[in-house]
Design a protein around this ligand. Structure first.
Ligand SMILES: [Zn+2]
Length: 159
């Protein structure tokens, strides 16, 4: 009596020691079971080769690598945007250094205007409280809105 049903289990190493020895001693003198086992093994090999081919079709790795490269390129472009404010700051600093005498002049002018405003604003506020109030409110609104949009911009840039 040939243990044909157990050959598959034997091939998959699912038998216990006793069953395994039994099969092996049977295989030693039964050619038809040896042939059957060979057939099983070939079937299993071609099956797993097919599974492998399905799991990893030709060029799959290449396509993955290309996709990854493409993705990282997009991410680098996204990060470049973060350099824009930095670049702007550098340009401003360089321009300030290059145009230092002009800048000093300008700052003196600004200081004069600021001093003048400092003297004028309290007077203007007391004389035009409604207009001044509206102006302050408008300025605060603009400030808050620009801060909010800046925060949103920063958040979208970092995500
Ligand atoms: Zn047999």
């Amino acid at each position: 009596m040939c243990p044909e049903e157990q050959l598959s289990a034997y091939m998959d190493e699912e038998l216990n020691e006793e069953e395994r020895l039994e099969i092996e001693s049977h295989l030693a003198h039964c050619q038809s079971c040896r042939l059957l086992l060979n057939e099983f093994m070939e079937l299993k090999q071609s099956f797993s080769a097919e599974m492998f081919a399905l799991a990893e079709p030709a060029g799959f790795e290449n396509r993955v690598m290309q996709a990854v490269a493409h993705e990282s390129k997009i991410r680098n472009l996204g990060k470049l945007w973060l350099l824009v404010p930095l670049l702007a700051a550098v340009v401003v600093i360089l321009l300030t250094i290059a145009a230092w005498p002009v800048a000093v002049h300008f700052m003196n002018g600004a200081l004069v205007i600021g001093k003048a405003l400092l003297f004028t604003i309290p007077h203007a506020v007391s004389s035009m409280p409604v207009v001044a109030g509206v102006t302050v409110a408008l300025s605060l609104t603009v400030l808050v809105v620009s801060l909010l949009s800046l925060r949103r911009l920063l958040r979208s840039a970092t995500v």
